[in-house]
Design a protein around this ligand. Structure first.
Ligand SMILES: Cc1cn([C@H]2C[C@H](O)[C@@H](COP(=O)(O)OP(=O)(O)OP(=O)(O)O)O2)c(=O)[nH]c1=O
Length: 190
């Protein structure tokens, strides 16, 4: 049974390996990820994961297609994947000393084309960040292209007081849900 990972994220591939699955191919979906007007974070994550899957499934008939999307949300706001230092600074100032949500959606399309969806909702609590901590984090460059301007798998872990939920989901692939969907679709795992 062929498994296609519809993601450009090397982290997702690594996380998948952690539960003993290795994709036969990686084929990222090139999708416009602009949120719809008024779209709430959970709906957005679910929609983008589903659209990535559908797009890639069309290219691989008969294969299993796994896609995902990870969104950092502060209330109703969807934080950007930060492309500039100024944008990352704004995110860190917003997240400082507060709790926020990390929503990680996955879609698995089975060999018959049936799509199954899961959403993992997680809480991350940052310490209160002073200016020096924010500037040091920005200097690390780890914020590039990261949702919410940070990555828990790097130095930001030292600034995070607590999480509620799934560490793998916050990194980008909720492994509990992923394993469950893969097993339901008949993919051979443990
Ligand atoms: C909160 C958080 C986000 N991120 C990053 C990963 C991604 O860059 C981004 C989420 O973007 P995604 O759109 O979910 O994934 P991607 O752009 O890496 O890959 P693809 O669209 O091809 O599947 O946030 C972390 O790496 N660690 C974290 O702790």
């Amino acid at each position: 049974m062929r498994l296609i990972l519809a993601s450009a994220s090397p982290r997702r591939c690594e996380l998948l390996g952690q539960i003993g699955a290795s994709p036969d191919a990686v084929d990222p979906a090139d999708l416009d990820e602009t949120p719809l007007k008024g779209e709430l974070p959970a709906a957005y994550a679910a929609r983008v994961a589903a659209e990535k899957g559908a797009l890639v499934a069309a290219r691989h008939p008969g294969a299993l297609i796994l896609s995902g999307d990870t969104v950092v949300a502060a209330g109703r706001r969807i934080l950007p994947k930060t492309e500039s230092e100024a944008e990352a600074r704004q995110c860190l100032q917003l997240l400082s000393g507060r709790r926020h949500r990390v929503l990680s959606a996955i879609t698995l399309i089975d060999a018959e084309g049936k799509a199954r969806h899961r959403l993992s909702t997680n809480i991350v609590i940052f310490k209160r960040l002073d200016r020096t901590e924010i500037e040091a984090y920005l200097a690390s460059q780890e914020w590039h292209g990261k949702a919410g301007g940070y990555a828990i798998q790097g130095r930001a872990a030292g600034l995070i007081r607590a999480i509620q939920g799934s560490h793998s989901a916050i990194m980008g692939l909720p492994l509990y849900e992923t394993r469950a969907l893969l097993k339901a679709a008949g993919y051979p795992l443990d």
